[in-house]
Design a protein. Structure first.
Length: 305
C-alpha cells in the first residue's frame, strides 16, 4: 500500500511531514509513504504581510485542492495556518501530540524581552505578536519580517533586529532549539490558535485511512485545539485580526485564555475560562461571547471596515 502526503516545500513543512511519514512506516510495515510537495500562494508571495494578501488559507488551499482531487491521500499542516472553515468533504482527522505551543524570543544582545531598551527593533510578521508586544512594551519598535526560519535568523544575526519572535515548536522541529533565548510565557504573550500542533487532513469519507492513522491521535491535544479553534470560529477571525487563543488541561479541567485587539493594540481585550474537558468547543464559544460582551464586536467591525 502507498500513501501520498501533501505538504508545502519549506524546510519546516517537510520536517513535519517526514516525522508523520516515519510514524506511519514504523507502525505499518506494509505501507510506503511518499511526500508530494505543493507550492502554495503563501510560499510564492514573500514581500507582503500575510494580512494584506489573504490570511491563513494562503498556505493550505492548493494542498486541499489536491486532496479533494485525490492527487494526494492526506495532508500535514501546521494547524495555526489552517482556517477554521474547511472545504466540504475534508476534515482534520488526526491530532498528533502537540509540541511546545509558546512563542520564543531570540536575541544576540538580550536575555529576555524585559531587557529591551527604548527603540529596540523586534522582528515579527504576526499581527497577534505585534499588538501584544506593543501593549506590554510600548517603548520598543515592532518591524514586520517575512521569510522562512533560516531567513529570519540570518537577518537577526546580521544585525537587522535586536530580537525576533518565532514559534518555539518550529525551532524545535528544525533542530534549532539552542537558538532560543527565552520561551515566552502565555502570561506575557498568548500563542496563536493551534500553535505547536499538527493537523492531519483527510477526506471525510476515508474511514480506512482514519483507522490506519488513529494511533497518532493525542486526545489532550485534540481537546485543547478544538477549544481554541471553536473560539476562533465564533469570533470569525483570521490573519487580518489580532486574535490569540490557548487552551491547556490542569487537574482534569480545561482552561482557555483568549485575546482580541485592534490593529494598533489600543483596544486590547483579554479573558479566561475554565470548563469541562468533554465539551471543548462549547468552552471556546463561551469565551468568545465573553469577549463580545467586553466590546470585541466593535473591534472586529472597526477592523473589517
Amino acid at each position: 500500500m502507498r500513501l501520498r502526503i501533501g505538504t508545502r516545500g519549506s524546510k519546516l513543512a517537510v520536517a513535519q511531514s517526514m516525522w508523520v511519514k516515519r510514524q506511519i512506516e514504523l507502525r505499518h510495515k506494509d505501507i510506503d509513504v511518499e511526500l508530494v510537495k505543493i507550492k502554495t500562494k503563501g510560499d510564492k508571495i514573500l514581500d507582503s504581510p500575510l494580512n494584506k494578501i489573504g490570511g491563513k488559507g494562503l498556505f493550505v488551499k492548493e494542498i486541499e485542492s489536491a486532496l479533494l482531487m485525490k492527487k494526494i491521500d492526506m495532508a500535514v499542516h501546521s494547524l495555526k495556518d489552517v482556517p477554521f472553515e474547511l472545504p466540504d468533504g475534508l476534515e482534520i482527522g488526526i491530532y498528533p501530540k502537540r509540541e511546545n505551543p509558546l512563542d520564543a524570543f531570540i536575541s544576540v544582545y538580550f536575555n529576555n524581552i524585559k531587557q529591551l531598551p527604548e527603540g529596540a527593533k523586534i522582528g515579527t510578521s504576526s499581527l497577534r505578536r505585534q499588538v501584544q508586544l506593543r501593549f506590554l512594551y510600548p517603548h520598543i519598535r515592532v518591524v514586520p519580517v517575512r521569510g522562512n526560519v533560516d531567513t529570519r535568523l540570518k537577518k537577526l544575526y546580521k544585525g537587522d533586529f535586536d530580537g525576533i519572535i518565532l514559534a518555539a515548536a518550529g525551532l524545535v522541529r528544525l533542530g534549532l532549539k539552542s537558538n532560543i533565548t527565552q520561551i515566552i510565557s502565555e502570561d506575557i504573550m498568548i500563542p496563536a490558535v493551534g500553535q505547536g500542533s499538527l493537523g492531519i487532513e483527510i477526506r471525510r469519507d476515508d474511514e480506512l485511512l482514519k483507522k490506519l492513522l488513529f494511533f497518532m491521535n493525542h486526545r489532550e491535544t485534540e481537546i485543547c485545539v478544538k477549544a481554541e479553534r471553536s473560539f476562533l470560529k465564533e469570533l470569525g477571525g483570521g490573519c487580518q485580526i489580532p486574535i490569540a487563543g490557548y487552551a491547556k488541561i490542569e487537574d482534569n479541567k480545561l482552561i482557555i485564555k483568549g485575546m482580541v485587539s485592534d490593529i494598533i493594540g489600543e483596544k486590547y481585550l483579554l479573558d479566561m475560562l475554565t470548563g469541562d474537558i468533554n465539551n471543548p468547543q462549547d468552552l471556546g464559544r463561551k469565551l468568545a461571547h465573553r469577549l463580545f460582551d467586553k466590546g470585541a464586536k466593535d473591534i472586529l467591525r472597526g477592523i473589517y471596515e
